[in-house]
Design a protein around this ligand. Structure first.
Ligand code: UT7
Length: 324
């Protein structure tokens, strides 16, 4: 018998305000045509004044709990993946725990930028497999609009705000890839690439939150290579082929990265869940937002094999293979 971490429910939240490419082009030297052609992004959601990462996270978690038919008091572990916490400390996860959980349930943030959801899922899966939790919540939530340099057209057009969450439950499995639940997670990082994608501020350096800086072309090149490799690792570890995968739910940074990765893997593009056009890059929130979109519109069904992959600042990258 193997303990499996099964996704019982998913939920998401997007701030009400939508910022179109055309509106952005009025503030900075860009155009709808350039943004769509180079990234596939048409619009992004932007948090309202005073709307915090934890507010987005709590809204997504409440929906995931409702979808799972669970009460927040059942949850043994809250993991929030974010690079844009409410405060330097305490962890924003504690606000989520306070809003929906029972007093005393552990909570902490995981910081792996755009790979944060895959990292958070791996952490929760290992807690569950070790018998330290039976029911866990993993939520990715970001307000990147607060760390963008709105005068830098090379970055400000790329990102958006949002949150997505999953409720995880320990269930018995047979130890094969036919089991429901998380079948594998593979995580990586290489800190030598810090200068390719970073925020130029922080408590121990500038005592400010800072702004995103990115060498886009280099990140793009590394992303396609690392993501393809992380996907291959997942397939090999589970003795499945790319044709067995029902849905690829990738981190949503750029439509061209999604297309190149699918092409390199020999995956039918119709099996890729795409939300970057509507959400832009929401960092740690992008995978659970895309997962929720696929589940809610009925494409992703119980029993489907879902492959998640992400790459972000650090560099960090990784994959998770999950049977829904
Ligand atoms: O989530 C974490 C991972 N992040 C990523 O995966 C992002 C990876 N990188 C990318 O998605 C792409 O590299 C970008 C979308 C950021 C940039 O696309 P690109 O095709 O690599 O463009 P580029 O940086 O080579 O820029 C091409 C031209 C430049 O002009 P010149 O030097 O050729 O005259 C830029 O100045 O496009 C210009 N440019 C813009 N023009 C209009 C850059 N940003 C803009 C803009 N609007 N917003």
């Amino acid at each position: 018998m193997t303990i499996r971490t099964v996704i019982q429910g998913v939920g998401s939240y997007l701030p009400e305000k939508v910022l179109s490419n055309a509106e952005l082009a009025q503030k900075v030297d860009t155009s709808d045509e350039w943004i769509v052609e180079r990234t596939g992004i048409h619009q992004r959601h932007i948090a309202a004044d005073g709307e915090k990462t934890s507010d987005l996270a709590i809204a997504a978690v409440k929906k995931a709990l409702a979808a799972a038919g669970r009460d927040g008091k059942d949850v043994d572990l809250f993991v929030l993946a974010t690079a844009t916490p409410d405060q330097t400390f305490p962890a924003s996860a504690a606000r989520v725990q306070a809003a929906v959980g029972r007093p005393g349930a552990p909570s902490f943030d995981v910081h792996a930028v755009c790979s944060g959801f895959v990292y958070g899922l791996a952490v929760a899966d290992n807690f569950i497999k070790a018998g330290q939790a039976k029911c866990a919540v993993v939520v990715g939530a970001e307000v990147f609009s607060r760390i963008l340099d709105w005068n830098d057209r090379t970055t400000c057009v790329l990102f958006g705000d949002g949150a997505g969450a999953v409720v995880l439950n320990a269930e018995d499995g047979g130890g094969t890839s036919a089991d429901r639940g998380v079948l594998s997670t593979h995580l990586h990082s290489d800190g030598r690439y810090n200068a390719m994608l970073f925020v130029d501020g922080g408590p121990s350096t500038t005592q400010t939150a800072g702004h995103i800086r990115m060498k886009g072309k280099e990140v793009f090149r590394h992303a396609v290579v690392n993501l393809t490799e992380a996907v291959r690792e997942a397939l090999v570890a589970n003795k499945v082929s790319i044709d067995d995968v029902d849905w690829l739910v990738p981190h949503q940074a750029n439509k061209r990265i999604l297309d190149s990765t699918a092409q390199k893997l020999g995956l039918d593009p119709a099996k890729v869940i795409v939300t970057v056009d509507r959400h832009a890059n929401t960092s740690a929130a992008s995978i659970p937002l895309a997962l929720a979109a696929g589940v809610e519109d009925g494409r992703i069904k119980r029993g489907n094999l879902v492959l998640m992959e992400a790459m972000g600042g650090g560099f960090t990258w990784g994959s998770a293979l999950v049977r829904m």
